[in-house]
Design a protein around this ligand. Structure first.
Ligand SMILES: C[S@@+](CC[C@H](N)C(=O)[O-])C[C@H]1O[C@@H](n2cnc3c(N)ncnc32)[C@H](O)[C@@H]1O
Length: 407
């Protein structure tokens, strides 16, 4: 692998953001950052006024900005890393969270991948996880400040020996020396989130071609990517963490399963996978139990797999609620016992909740336009009991299902 660290350009000093970042990395900047670690954003004005008495104003605003970004980054990176790392507003927004990046790095490492070209590295969320899995990384980003921040992060986390950061356009990179390629295109433009995969930077078609040239590859894509955009050479994986779908990734090359769709649930690592598409599942009446599949299972179109496993059926052909008469438990679903089924009617629901003395109502919905908050407000809840209401369609008809979670 060629190492060109010494020739990689640093952020230009005539770029104000680059200069502000360089100032933050001086002993004075680092001291300010340490002082601001636990600052309360509500006191920011007073803090800034106090610090400006003894430090240059630009340095104080750069440090406050960075301190704010670190606080935001805790949710993705955990406090221990976030307070050692550096961020840009876009960088923290677009970075892969540690749990997902670690999972992906482990899949590569498990197949014997020792070096990865991380194309579009951002502030280095994935590069860090790959390096921690023992993989050498060439991390490439065309934005000079972002590349500089990635380089700082590699150093701050003691991974400088494994991560080489290069400021370049990914289309100019020769990836042939690497065991694998990872591409995480920018999916946000000046006007917010980009939905068309060809409008990603670089476009999905470029990323796919780069992936197919490499022995192994992974492409990070939006979880809502149209399934038609996924080529037959890819294994597609949807990943959720704590029940929220975080991303989708397309895998290419030896060791992956072309044409297979897979749902991975973190933190357990439970995996559901099947060749796509699965046959349409049966539809039928609501039974004693109702199951809400994890979002990754739904996005991967694997709900039919849940129906088969629990010996159940869908409540409606267009709705991802599964029902069965016998109790089933799995890591891929949240289960509920259903006590009542009513045609959609606010008054009837209110009367029923009053009779049951329900003071706490969880509202779930699929295929209903009702706003949960508005519904809760109109119910005028009071009483010692809790219940869950599902607003959905059953065989096409707007329906309310009332029940409680299975323990
Ligand atoms: C989604 S972010 C990467 C996030 C990263 N995986 C992480 O976890 O921190 C995409 C990055 O791609 C960079 N980028 C977009 N087009 C590029 C290109 N043609 N060449 C190099 N970098 C590019 C952007 O500057 C941005 O930092």
């Amino acid at each position: 692998m060629d190492r060109v660290n010494a020739t990689t350009p640093a952020a230009p000093s005539d770029d104000p953001a680059g200069a502000a970042f360089a100032a933050l990395r001086t002993p004075e900047g680092e001291q300010l950052l340490a002082e601001l670690r636990d600052h309360d954003p509500a006191d920011e004005l007073a803090t800034a006024t106090r610090l400006r008495r003894t430090h240059p104003a630009e340095l104080v605003s750069a440090a406050l900005g960075q301190a704010r970004l670190r606080q935001r980054a805790v949710a993705k990176f955990g406090a221990e890393d976030a307070y050692r790392m550096y961020f840009t507003p876009n960088g923290v927004e677009q970075a892969t969270r540690t749990s997902v990046a670690t999972h992906r790095a482990a899949r590569f490492a498990g197949l014997g991948v020792r070096s990865v070209a991380d194309l579009c590295c951002g502030i280095g969320g994935d590069a860090v996880a790959l390096a921690r899995a023992g993989i050498s990384v060439l991390a490439v980003d065309r934005d000079p400040l972002t590349a500089e921040v990635a380089r700082a992060n590699a150093g701050a986390l003691g991974l400088g020996g494994l991560i080489e950061v290069r400021c370049a356009d990914v289309t100019e990179i020769d990836t042939s020396p690497y065991d694998a390629v990872f591409v995480d295109p920018a999916r946000r433009g000046g006007r917010g989130r980009i939905f068309d995969p060809e409008a990603y930077s670089p476009p999905l078609s470029w990323a796919t071609a780069a992936a197919l040239k490499a022995p192994r590859a992974a492409l990070k894509i939006a979880p809502g990517v149209p399934h038609e955009a996924i080529g037959p050479e890819a294994e597609a994986e949807w990943i959720s963490d704590g029940g929220d779908v975080k991303e989708a990734v397309l895998w290419y090359g030896e060791g992956f399963a072309p044409g297979v769709f897979r749902a991975t649930l973190l933190p357990s690592g439970a995996v559901l996978a099947a060749p796509a598409p699965l046959p349409a599942p049966p539809v039928g009446p609501v039974g004693r139990y109702l199951y809400e599949p994890d979002g990754a299972v739904i996005r991967a179109h694997l709900v039919a797999g849940i129906v088969e496993r629990c010996g159940g059926r869908l409540v409606d052909e267009t709705i991802a609620y599964v029902t069965s008469d016998a109790r089933y438990s799995s890591p891929y679903t949240s289960g509920y016992e259903i006590t009542d089924q009513l045609p959609f009617n606010m008054k009837k629901l209110k009367a029923l909740l009053r009779e049951r003395q329900v003071g706490v109502l969880t509202v779930k919905k699929r295929g209903s336009a009702v706003e949960p908050e508005e519904l809760r407000r109109r119910m005028k809840l009071s009483g010692p009991n809790a219940a869950t209401v599902f607003l959905t369609r059953v065989a096409g008809a707007p329906t309310m299902l009332i029940g409680h979670p299975l323990s």
